[in-house]
Design a protein around this ligand. Structure first.
Ligand code: HEC
Length: 137
């Protein structure tokens, strides 16, 4: 009985550390995307990330749309959705929760790239984007 209790406790400890390990950082996500793209982290480009953020694309009703449309010109500032709902700043310097949850990051890249570019972003684009954003002060 004692032994089973002990092993159960160990299993719980193991799960707790697995959860702690699952927490990502902008740097770990960047590294993961670079690896997925088959390039070294040093080949990521902040300039390309910046351009991805700011470049206008034809949206619905021929209105130009970019990442900056919702996240604003300055990603350290709070943004707004099309219906006026507040979006917390995207830059990690202004919002420490950014790029710490891989599933959330993937979900929003998928949704927003589709929305703005009418396609998914590539792993390299995602890496560039996080690389650039994590340098924004
Ligand atoms: C129509 C408005 C809108 C546009 C345009 C938009 N986003 Fe977002 N974005 C959101 C909202 C809403 C969220 C989720 C709310 C939040 O996390 O504060 C979000 C969250 C994100 C996140 C999650 C980051 C994290 O760790 O929390 C990423 C990554 C992201 N956006 C990337 C982009 C990229 C790349 C583009 C341009 C290709 C873009 N977004 C364009 C509205 C937008």
């Amino acid at each position: 009985m004692t032994k089973r209790f002990f092993l159960g406790g160990l299993a719980m400890l193991g799960m707790a550390s697995a959860v702690a390990l699952a927490a990502e950082t902008p740097a770990s996500l960047m590294a993961r995307y670079a690896q997925e793209a088959g390039i070294p982290v040093s080949a990521l480009s902040a300039a390309r990330g910046d351009a991805l953020y700011r470049t206008d694309h034809p949206g619905r009703n021929a209105q130009p749309v970019s990442c900056a449309s919702c996240h604003t010109k300055s990603p350290t500032q709070p943004g707004q959705t099309r219906v006026g709902k507040r979006i917390e700043p995207l830059a990690p310097a202004a919002n420490r929760e950014r790029f710490t949850d891989a599933a959330k990051v993937e979900k929003w890249f998928r949704r927003n790239c589709q929305d703005v570019l009418q396609r998914e972003c590539s792993a390299q684009e995602k890496g560039d984007f996080i690389f650039w954003l994590s340098q924004v002060k």
